[in-house]
Design a protein. Structure first.
Length: 372
């Protein structure tokens, strides 16, 4: 089969795969979640196998531990989070109004010294409009996520089907990998294996690392803000930790929310307000200098902008299911694009007729590959 025909066949297969995901996106969530859970827990099951358990008992032990931890967190944290979320939603207009009043008073007290024609009332109206638009946008975003999730998210099916899918996938994971490996085209088996290894390294490094980073940061923020006595500190801290997979997004959103609440709650005492800002400064230091280098590393190859685009694009196309597959899809596209660029750099299309001469000069001068 010629190269062009192979390309057409693979493109048709990829198109059929994307079409199936789009058509069945309403029922895929429990299965995708089960596959993701099995992928995350596979190293733990392998560790249980190394200590002498067979795959069946390793799978049972891993899933039982996961379910127990999940249920424990569900019992201990979810009721508190639900209570804080209801209270935060109820008090949000009061916090916004208090901040508006403080800004307007500060403007009236200080700004006329510098700008004689400054209109404090105009600033207050602009802030009010901005806050209203932001609240409206946030409401629309939450509603769109809920509507998209409502079509794909049947909570009962998620709780019942996902563990079953995860059990079978985790039990048969190594066998499935071997089966896929046997089905690879013989002529391109080595290259495809290398690409899959790079994709697996990128996805596992990012997902497993970021989950640990998010848990550590969320716990740190939640405990710190709660010990400070900040209203809704547990909720704000966990939100900041969950969103921390996007660099600076978690800390920024958490700082804005906690800073606004702290100013309204503690004003005019500067000490707890400063401590609130200091908690997030310390969290950013820990994330950038300790957690990210040690738990995620530099080999994941997922640029933050590309990751955000993938999350939005796949979420828009496939709903909540798309957001689950966005990270592996983004990693796969990144690896494939880097491979194609590397092939292009070493091809006559890039080097031209003097390619050998350029290559010799590059080797002689010790020049590096542009993609290295």
């Amino acid at each position: 089969m010629s190269l062009q025909k192979q390309f057409v066949v693979w493109m048709c297969a990829f198109g059929a795969f994307v079409l199936c995901i789009y058509v069945f996106r309403g029922v895929l969530l429990p299965f995708v979640a089960g596959m993701a859970l099995a992928y995350l827990l596979d190293p733990v099951a392998d560790a249980f196998e190394r200590i002498g358990l067979n795959r069946m008992w390793a799978t049972i032990c891993v899933l039982m531990i996961f379910v127990l931890i999940f249920m424990l967190l569900l019992i201990l944290i979810v009721p508190t989070l639900a209570h804080q979320m209801a209270g935060f939603s109820k008090n949000l207009p009061t916090y916004v109004a208090s901040l508006q009043a403080m800004v307007s008073k500060s403007t009236a007290d200080y700004m006329p010294k510098f700008l004689s024609n400054f209109d404090a009332e105009s600033l207050q109206n602009n802030i009010k409009d901005l806050v209203s638009q932001g609240a409206s946008w946030a409401g629309q975003l939450i509603q769109s996520i809920w509507n998209g999730g409502q079509a794909v998210l049947n909570m009962l099916a998620l709780l019942v089907i996902t563990p079953v899918v995860a059990f079978y996938m985790l039990h048969d994971w190594d066998r499935m990998v071997e089966t896929v490996d046997e089905l690879l085209p013989r002529d391109h088996r080595k290259v495809i294996r290398e690409l899959f290894d790079q994709i697996d390294e990128s996805v596992s490094g990012f997902v497993r690392g970021q989950i640990l980073v998010g848990l550590i940061l969320g716990t740190f923020y939640a405990i710190g803000l709660s010990l400070l006595g900040l209203n809704f500190g547990l909720l704000i801290g966990l939100i900041a930790g969950i969103i921390s997979f996007v660099p600076y997004a978690g800390a920024t959103i958490g700082l804005i929310l906690s800073g606004g609440v702290a100013i309204v709650q503690f004003w005019p005492d500067p000490i707890p307000i400063g401590i609130t800002f200091g908690i997030f400064a310390m969290g950013q230091f820990l994330e950038g200098n300790i957690l990210q280098p040690r738990l995620v590393g530099e080999r994941v190859g997922l640029h933050p902008v590309w990751l955000m685009f993938a999350l939005l694009a796949f979420g828009s196309l496939f709903g909540f299911v798309g957001m689950l597959i966005a990270v592996p899809a983004a990693a796969a596209v990144g690896v494939i694009v880097r491979y194609i660029l590397n092939q292009y750099i070493h091809s006559p299309l890039y080097r031209g007729h003097g390619g050998d001469l350029l290559e010799d000069k590059s080797e002689a001068g010790g020049a590096k590959d542009p993609l290295s």
